[in-house]
Design a protein around this ligand. Structure first.
Ligand SMILES: Nc1ncnc2c1ncn2[C@@H]1O[C@H](COP(=O)(O)OP(=O)(O)OP(=O)(O)O)[C@@H](O)[C@H]1O
Ligand SMILES: [Mg+2]
Length: 360
């Protein structure tokens, strides 16, 4: 029998309870990685780092959390090269579809081309193009559509505005945007400005007279349709820059290009007043698997960048990570397992001296 005093036993029990509470608290923090108020969560990062896999993992985590309160999660892919269907192993379309084996998790793959076409049609309807047609000949009309084409990004911008309008009519409590690699996401975020600039350009160009007719025409109908669109653009801007409404999680791997691209993107987001909540570091090598020189060397390289990541973000964002798995992460079950691992309470393995990104 172990000889132990009552005091010692009390101490042991108290410490065990404290440890347990601390772990519980940390687990809770890890699971509630974004504020409850957030409605739009964007995942960004370089190509192939794991944005789609992590979008699915977050979707799964939040759908589990929301189940008790009857809330719903939607994952939207805005990447023209969709792979939500591949990840869940289920065919999705551009309308939300319930994910197999889930009760409150939906996916949709936004068809950008179709969205742009619908947005253009909506635009023409708004400005009553048929009315204008009576007053202008065909070549003038095609001049106007040329003008449209010459404004860089206007088509996609209208398409995104149209997606936002569609999403606004749906009643999801959290929408996760699985985006295309970083460059495209920067473009996507500049859409509100592109739209505003486009209207200014149109009015100030020779064809602007015709555009003014559009406006007058719509105003004559008793409704100022132009200010209605500008209103929508402003609202989109407000949502994107509201840290209670929109936040970003950057996904990356511990390698120079990924760390560098994420850092540049985070700076861009800050300059646009867009909030960032955290960083997911994916495809980490574990010590136990690095048994030969090749893998040990790669592990050392990863450790170097993990230190950079820690130095850059530890104080401002949550950091969580997942290891490189030895199998494909496809289908609901594999994604559930990946999601559980991602949100387990682990500390990043920090080794070696800290390194400055600029000196690399
Ligand atoms: N931790 C991991 N371990 C093993 N495989 C992984 C891991 N994370 C992602 N993968 C795999 O890597 C591939 C790319 O992942 P994913 O599609 O999520 O990346 P992505 O950033 O969305 O790519 P893209 O930029 O092309 O959209 C997929 O086959 C995925 O299953
Ligand atoms: Mg993807």
């Amino acid at each position: 029998m172990i000889d132990i005093s009552e005091n010692e036993l009390d101490n042991i029990l108290n410490n065990t309870i404290k440890d347990f509470q601390k772990n519980l608290e940390l687990t809770k923090i890890k699971e509630d990685i974004i504020p409850d108020s957030i409605k739009w969560l964007f995942l960004s990062g370089k190509g192939g780092v794991g944005k789609t896999t992590c979008s699915c993992s977050l979707g799964i985590k939040y759908s589990e959390k929301f189940l008790k309160t009857n809330k719903k999660v939607l994952i939207v892919s805005t990447d023209p090269a969709h792979n939500l269907s591949d990840a869940f192993n289920q065919q999705f379309t551009d309308a939300p579809l319930l994910v197999d084996t889930f009760e409150n998790l939906y996916c949709m793959e936004y068809d950008t081309k179709k969205g742009i076409k619908e947005a253009q049609e909506e635009f023409c309807k708004k400005y009553n193009v048929n009315e204008i047609n009576k007053n202008f000949n065909y070549s003038q009309m095609s001049d106007l559509s040329d003008l449209f084409k010459k404004i860089p990004g206007i088509d996609e911008a209208l398409g995104f505005l149209y997606l936002v309008k569609k999403l606004g009519k749906m009643d999801y409590d959290l929408i996760i945007f699985d985006t295309a690699p970083t460059g495209h996401t920067s473009k996507l975020l500049s859409y509100p400005q592109i739209l505003k600039d486009s209207y200014n350009k149109m009015i100030n160009k020779p064809m602007g007279q015709m555009f003014k007719m559009f406006i007058n025409n719509s105003m004559n109908q008793g409704k100022d349709k132009l200010s209605e669109i500008i209103d929508r653009i402003n609202k989109l801007n407000e949502k994107l820059t509201d840290p209670e409404y929109t936040t970003f999680i950057c996904v990356g791997i511990p390698e120079f290009l990924s760390v560098y691209e994420n850092e540049r993107f985070i700076q861009d987001l800050f300059s646009m007043n867009i909030n960032v909540s955290g960083i997911i570091i994916n495809q980490l090598l574990s010590d136990k698997n690095c048994i030969n020189d090749f893998w040990k060397k790669r592990k050392n390289m990863q450790d170097k960048y993990l230190n950079v990541i820690r130095d850059l973000y530890e104080n401002d964002f949550f950091l969580c990570y997942n290891e490189l798995q030895d199998e494909e992460i496809r289908g609901p079950q594999k994604l559930r397992e990946f999601s559980d691992k991602l949100f387990k309470n682990k500390k990043l393995n920090m080794k070696g001296p800290s390194v400055n990104l600029e000196n690399l």
